[in-house]
Design a protein around this ligand. Structure first.
Ligand code: SF4
Length: 364
């Protein structure tokens, strides 16, 4: 019942998503219990190591330079700042630190060398290290792997069809190419998406087709509920209901039985009861810390209280895969090649993104 399949169709996934809620919950929970300890949740801390000023036009993102939002930009944090934050995260019960930089793609040079040093530093704290830095070449993925990276996050965001309605500055294939470059290393893949961006249920199913037909499937899949931020093109989207979240989590669990399904953005809008239903439906990881890059997230203590209440425990680091060894910069086998990732920019503009950009210019 829970073997991993890589040939899911949109119709099959829609049938699962639309099952009566009690059947859906039962099926997802049954698969979840076969593959995972239902009382263990992996906890990650997301750290924005470089905030704002991004050249992309992702319609949901307050860090895109072209939109006017309240996000204050920051240069890349120092290695010592990152180490201090990682230690705090470890004390708070996190087994993983995920470092996010608002970059279109990684550029070889001092900043990337600093990120590699951050990866080595956190790995030496015996924590899993994840990065989300935009598009990557194969050489850059190899360098991250050599530094001891555990996971790389690169979300598909939505279905290929709806992606074109949200982002114009890169294509779906560019996302898949970066995931492919990560797959050429021993770094695990974290890839998921966002619901509540105005997409149809078919697009949610389409995204799950794209993720589940990857072979191997991603080791981690974040399911985000859009946090509609003022100034972004999606500022007027209505919040998704908890029922939609539960359906999405349960469907993801069924089509990707071994993946860690991550409750990500939008958790502040969920009650404890709602989150508990998501855990029952197969979610088994969360982001901790009071901020998710730039949007609010529940306080760590609140999460630990919720775990106590539910009798759940945080997952220990390197439970699913052994700790990678970090190679010091001086012993690296790779040199910076100065490559740019190839990208396939579609020749189209997105009306609501252009409108938000124009509005942003007026305010600035
Ligand atoms: S989601 Fe990432 S790539 Fe897109 S605008 Fe925001 S920071 Fe840039």
């Amino acid at each position: 019942m829970s073997e991993v399949r890589h040939n899911w169709t949109k119709e099959e996934i829609l049938e699962i998503y639309n099952r009566p809620m009690m059947d859906l919950l039962f099926d997802a929970a049954t698969i979840h219990r076969k593959q995972h300890d239902p009382n263990v949740v992996q906890v990650s801390t997301l750290l924005s190591v470089k905030t704002g000023g991004c050249s992309e036009d992702c319609g949901y993102c307050p860090q895109a330079a072209r939109y006017h939002t309240d996000v204050e930009g920051n240069d890349l944090m120092s290695v010592s700042q990152v180490k201090a934050q990682a230690l705090r995260a470890k004390e708070g019960g996190s087994s993983r630190v995920c470092m996010g930089a608002a970059w279109r793609n990684v550029k070889d040079g001092q900043e990337f060398d600093d990120v590699l040093e951050m990866v080595r530093t956190i790995n030496k704290l015996d924590m899993e290290v994840c990065c989300t830095l935009g598009m990557l070449t194969e050489n850059q993925a190899q360098r991250l792997a050599e530094a001891g990276l555990y996971a790389y996050n690169h979300n598909l965001d939505s279905s290929e069809e709806y992606y074109k309605e949200v982002i114009s500055t890169r294509g779906y294939q560019d996302r898949l190419d970066t995931i492919d470059n990560v797959r050429k290393t021993n770094v695990t893949v974290c890839s998921g998406g966002i619901i509540g961006m105005g997409e149809k249920i078919e697009d949610r199913a389409g995204m799950l087709v794209a993720l589940s037909t990857l072979d191997p499937q991603p080791e981690s899949t974040p399911i985000n509920a859009l946090v509609a931020v003022e100034g972004t093109p999606l500022e007027e989207e209505k919040p998704v209901s908890i029922w939609e979240m539960v359906r999405m989590v349960a469907t993801t669990r069924i089509v990707m039985p071994e993946t860690q399904v991550r409750l990500s953005a939008g958790r502040t809008q969920m009650s404890r009861e709602g989150q508990a239903m998501c855990f029952f439906a197969g979610a088994n990881s969360i982001f901790a810390g009071d901020k998710l890059l730039t949007t609010p997230n529940p306080d760590v203590n609140e999460d630990m209280k919720m775990f106590d209440l539910l009798g759940m425990n945080p997952q220990k680091p390197f439970t699913k895969k052994v700790q990678p060894q970090s190679v010091e910069a001086s012993d690296s086998r790779f040199e910076a090649l100065g490559e740019k990732p190839k990208w396939t920019r579609p020749e189209h503009k997105i009306e609501r993104n252009e409108a938000a950009k124009a509005k942003g210019k007026l305010v600035k």
